[in-house]
Design a protein around this ligand. Structure first.
Ligand SMILES: [Mg+2]
Length: 410
């Protein structure tokens, strides 16, 4: 089996409502690049990547000359062909490697007629648990704003009723920490027995994070995610607060993982199949974490069904997955895979069992959302449409005003 072509299609998928985060917002849609790798035996392997609201089409198709004639089974060779770590100083292709790796694993699975998880060690669970992943948000066409503690609890109640979540993650770093603390504690009070996690995307100062961490230490926290930026800051914070710390930001490669093993900054490493450069890199990292008693969870970088499938196959085979995964997925209005969106049952999504990644493209949906991208274009992920000209510093001190209602954005 040899690769003959690689294609990329940028799509815009509507979200129920624009989602706020510490750097800006997801402006009412996810922009994703769908990757198709074709082989000489007529198979098509699927991959996907994001890009902060922008298309990655050109970067993907620029790999054609590197990939023509490559055997999809040769995954280690692929890594050095397109993402050599020293060449990467000029052409950082880790996220591109990930998308091509997904497609190659999909191709191998289809070629052998086995699901991806059977290529990755075999599944030890049939479904993967997910957290609710709550955002402060602008109102959408049919979705109210989420700004106040009452609105947040009401939103979480609706998601729990619909999808069965028993773990709640609050994406913060938007409003002043004392206000977000009030929101977080409101969630804890509303869902006794459920577990919680808070993620302000690294924008708290060490002192602010210490205050916040100590103020939630009595709750059922899974972990305190990226409260401050940098392994050194996390290391210092870890000595000041009595709860586990996690990151998806500053342990995203093996050098950083080694540093965290030798001088612990976080207790839990959130494995992102894109940031780490593929499913297999996440598996290798998880094995290191298992050895050194670090926890792991599956991170969400804003997925459609193809990337979600990579997260499910990863989650299926990790023996040390003791935390629910994160997914933005339930915020999406639709998907580009056959059969529509995968569904949550009791807060879990079943691991696909078809060949390869086990998901196939719905060509009509792909065309529909490619047309929507052509109409709307990309968006600046690191800007908030409601605060023109604003940008955050790290640590941040210039918060959104929780007293101002969030009005619809165009
Ligand atoms: Mg995070």
């Amino acid at each position: 089996m040899k690769i003959t072509d690689i294609r990329a299609t940028t799509v815009a998928l509507p979200l129920e409502a624009p989602l706020l985060h510490s750097n800006g917002a997801h402006w009412g849609r996810f922009v994703r690049t769908i990757v198709e790798v074709e082989t000489d035996n007529g198979l098509i392997g699927l991959g996907e990547l994001g890009g902060g609201g922008q298309s990655a089409e050109q970067q993907v198709t620029a790999l054609r000359a590197y990939l023509e004639g490559h055997d999809p089974f040769e995954l280690e060779a692929l890594r050095f062909k397109i993402a050599n770590p020293t060449a990467g100083l000029y052409n950082n292709r880790v996220q591109l490697l990930a998308a091509v790796e997904f497609a190659c694993i999909d191709l191998i699975g289809q070629h052998l007629n086995v699901p991806a998880h059977d290529l990755l060690g075999g599944r030890i669970r049939d479904s993967v648990p997910f957290a609710s992943y709550l955002f402060f948000r602008y109102p959408g066409p049919d979705a109210p704003e989420v700004r106040t503690p009452e609105q947040l609890v009401s939103h979480a109640r609706g998601l729990k009723a619909e999808h069965g979540f028993s773990v709640h993650k609050l994406k913060g770093g938007v409003f002043p920490p004392a206000y977000e603390l009030e929101c977080y504690r409101a969630l804890a009070a509303a869902f006794p027995g459920d577990r919680l996690r808070y993620d302000p995307n690294s924008v708290l100062s060490l002192d602010e994070a210490t205050r916040f961490g100590n103020a939630i230490a009595d709750l059922d926290n899974d972990y305190f995610e990226d409260p401050v930026f940098g392994l050194e800051g996390l290391h210092l914070l870890r000595e000041r607060v009595g709860l586990p710390l996690a990151t998806n930001t500053v342990v995203v490669n093996f050098e950083q993982l080694a540093a965290n093993v030798m001088r612990r900054g976080v207790d839990v490493v959130l494995l992102d199949t894109t940031f780490w450069g593929g499913i297999r890199a996440c598996l290798k990292a998880a094995a290191v974490c298992e050895t050194f008693q670090l926890g792991v969870a599956v991170h969400s970088s804003g997925e459609l069904g193809i990337q979600l499938a990579t997260m499910l196959h990863l989650g299926a085979v990790l023996p040390n997955l003791t935390y629910a995964a994160d997914a933005h997925y339930h915020h999406l209005a639709d998907d580009v895979i056959e059969g529509g969106k995968l569904t949550y049952v009791d807060g879990r999504i079943r691991v696909p069992t078809g060949p390869g990644l086990g998901v196939r493209l719905d060509r009509e949906k792909l065309a529909k959302y490619a047309a929507l991208y052509q109409e709307l274009g990309g968006y600046p992920y690191d800007r908030d449409p409601g605060r023109p000209g604003w940008y955050p510093t790290v640590p941040n001190q210039n918060w959104a005003d929780p007293e101002l209602p969030l009005r619809p954005i165009s």
